[in-house]
Design a protein around this ligand. Sequence first.
Ligand SMILES: Cc1ncc(COP(=O)(O)O)c(C=O)c1O
Length: 377
Amino acid sequence: MVAERVRQVEISGIRKMFEAAPPNAINLGLGEPDFEPPKAVLDALCEAVRHGMNHYGPSAGLPPLREKIAERYRERDPETGRENVIVTGSGSEGLMAVALTLYDPGDEVLVPNPGFVLYPPHAKLAGARPVWYDLDEAKAYQPDFEQLERLVTSRTRVIVVNSPSNPTGSVFTEATVDRMISFAEEHDLTIVSDEVYEEMVYEGKFRSFWGRTDRAVIVNSFSKTLAMTGWRIGFLVAPRALAVELNKMHYHMMACPSTPAQAAVLAGLEDGGAATRAMVAEFRARRTLIAKGLAKIPGISVVPPAGAFYAFPNLDWPGTAQEIAGTLLQRGLISTPGDAFGPLGANHLRLSFAASRDNLRKGLGILRSVGAELGAS
Ligand SMILES: Cc1ncc(COP(=O)(O)O)c(C=O)c1O
């Protein structure tokens, strides 16, 4: 029999849904860019594997890559050095290393509702209890600090935040970031800030937690920015003493991140972010297309996403999000039911705009006709 901790978690149900899709379905369910990595990155990977970079490397990552990441974070805190940086085998592995390093059995961890699917299971796998805090659509998906005050207990160790957010596309305001830091200080919490979508912002300004407080651990990844979700490279930025502990956990999880993939990432950072900016410019155009298109469909309201590549419309249609997603699937549109991200996601769908403009238009067409059939007004 397997351990109790494993019995407490499931593999996300979203995948099963994709398997039931008809051929040629329009896929707005993807959590990854529909782009290939920049050519320089592809070339550098081939170069690396052909020239012997096929062996173990340092557990915390290749020093030049750690240094390059630290350089970027020095703009936020001039004291940042490579000792603060750990290269991980993806943001997902970074999140799990953080959970195993910070949570003791019986601890409570505040997680966003709706929020990215890994936060609650990671807390459980570490023996902790995830506690939802609301991101309410009516408040533009900013946290409600009065509710947070009610939820915090003597067992609360960490609050997980994610701006720009998967699935809502919302971005924390400056006031939210400041208040979150005061809240964490007051209650002696660590802030785990998942900033994997930091470069994808269309409205307002991204604000990192790094350099504003010494209570934050930053989780980040090259999966989205370099369109290399299959390569599995991410990183953590943490205060030095904590970075030492995180690295221990990370070492025991994977020994070291992929050596050739790190070499390729390093090459990808040479362009100063130009390839990422070009991809984000396309996402920006698609974001306008989908936000405008959704707003015209009867029974749908949407907070235009300020970041990431997801729209999170609210559907005042008959049926649950699961049922509606099921109907859309039969009609050739793959979407993700909002309650996959927490109870407040009920009545919502997550629609990824990491899909061509043409497919977005077709997807909107399917939504419009299914809405009309369901009698939405
Ligand atoms: C909010 C958020 N955090 C972390 C990740 C993990 O990304 P990866 O493991 O590919 O680095 C994702 C991926 O979808 C995400 O949406």
